[in-house]
Write a protein that binds this ligand. Structure first.
Ligand SMILES: Nc1ncnc2c1ncn2[C@@H]1O[C@H](COP(=O)(O)OP(=O)(O)OP(=O)(O)O)[C@@H](O)[C@H]1O
Ligand SMILES: [Mg+2]
Length: 386
């Protein structure tokens, strides 16, 4: 359960039971709840609304007085996945989160809702729900956009591979032959042709990775991947930078492709290191973190809306560099978006594609002094084990 949900639950409890406000430095818990910008409701064991803060009134479009007369079934159709979620809470799951829900009922019509729910052991049968338009949902939208962009360059990559690479090697070979016979003064030109041909070839090679080749998935120890990436980075582009690790040693394996996950993390660590080295950051540091996250479930973008996957494995790459510049943020995961003179702008497009292929989700949060890329990844499902 998240710290916020816990804190909200504590606060709600004291209001619902009308117990005296404990002598804490917090001024008035009811007032705090009332000004909380997220919707908080409590449902009784019969799913009747026993509490709603003002944000919830606004969210549901109903006043507290109206809600007091209603149950959840009056607001949402009975096949809403929210009932399933509440059912899970009542059979012993302590807390659960669900994203991208549609609230289509007689009284309201909203999509893209994110719900966090928790039981209230002090009020048996009651559940507390926090409802909001989640940034995760927005991140998913961006990821789908990035994925589509990646798809469109998939076709282009294939054309480039076929139509450019072959003549290119001919051009390069011809330049090399000429080099032997031209006058010294013209040699510069043949070298230029050769170098430029190499540069185009490197770009085409990188784009070829976007091709839709099938990859094999396996149980991958993400800590080994992270350590491999850290070693590569420290012995190469990130030499001299400080790394700090905060791993959850009990993290189960990721269901994924090891080489692709190396590629993803290498790109994220390379970006972190590029920004640290260019920004003149004091005490520059890259932090690698893993955590187990209960209850993050998502509708998979490629499947029908009923298919939901658990993404309990969180992998974070953080740096304390200058942050991502405002102008490129909306297009961060699209190909060819770069603020670096020598950048191709393919790193994050590739990362987004691979994570989407894994059925995962990538989120980013950036401000000066702290940029964090968060990967939500699936774990090995029981039926995958053989
Ligand atoms: N950790 C970060 N801190 C600050 N800016 C970042 C960070 N990661 C990415 N960016 C910004 O996002 C842009 C796109 O990153 P991306 O990895 O896609 O391309 P690139 O690094 O410029 O080039 P390439 O990875 O293809 O060599 C970067 O140019 C940079 O402006
Ligand atoms: Mg990059």
């Amino acid at each position: 359960m998240s710290g916020v949900t816990k804190a909200v639950r504590r606060t709600v409890l004291s209001v619902v039971r009308r117990t005296p406000v404990p002598p804490t430095p917090v001024p008035d818990q009811a007032a705090i709840l009332a000004s909380l910008p997220v919707a908080v409701v409590v449902l009784s064991d019969e799913n009747r609304f026993t509490y709603a803060n003002p944000a919830a009134e606004q969210f549901l479009g109903l006043s507290v007085a109206q809600l007091a007369q209603l149950s959840l079934a009056d607001v949402l159709p009975e096949d809403s996945p929210l009932f399933l979620m509440i059912g899970q809470l009542r059979v012993g799951v302590n807390s659960i989160a669900d994203h991208d829900l549609a609230f289509e009922g007689p009284r309201m019509s909203k999509t893209g809702i994110s719900v966090q729910g928790t039981t209230m052991p002090e009020l048996p049968g009651s559940v507390l729900l926090v409802l909001q338009d989640s940034s995760t949902v927005r991140a998913l939208d961006r990821q789908i956009a990035a994925r589509n962009a990646a798809r469109s360059i998939t076709g282009m990559a294939a054309i480039l591979a076929h139509e450019v690479k072959n003549p290119l090697s001919g051009i390069r070979g011809a330049a090399q032959l000429l080099e032997a016979s031209v006058a010294e003064t013209d040699r510069e030109l043949t070298v230029l042709i050769r170098d430029e041909a190499d540069r185009i070839r490197a770009l085409v090679d990188r784009m070829e990775v976007f091709g839709e080749k099938p990859v094999t998935m396996d149980a991958v120890n993400i800590h080994r991947v992270l350590e491999h990436v850290r070693r590569l980075a420290r012995n190469g582009f990130a030499e001299g930078l400080r790394f700090s690790e905060s791993y959850d040693p009990s993290l189960p394996p990721v269901w994924g492709n090891r080489d692709q996950l190396v590629q993803v993390l290498l790109n994220l660590v390379k970006n972190a290191s590029d920004s640290l080295l260019s920004g003149g950051t004091q005490e520059a540091e890259i932090t690698l973190m893993t955590r187990y996250q209960h209850g993050l479930r998502l509708a998979t973008p490629t499947s029908d809306s009923d298919t939901r996957v658990d993404l309990p494995l969180l992998v974070v790459v953080r740096d304390n560099g200058p942050g991502i510049s405002e102008d490129i943020r909306p297009h961060l995961f699209e190909p060819f978006v770069s603020s670096r003179p020598s950048g191709q702008g393919l790193g994050l497009a590739l990362v987004a594609k691979i994570i989407a292929d894994h059925g995962g989700l990538i989120e980013v949060e950036s401000r000066p002094g702290r940029t964090e890329f968060r990967l939500h990844l699936p774990m090995l499902a029981e039926e995958d084990e053989s």
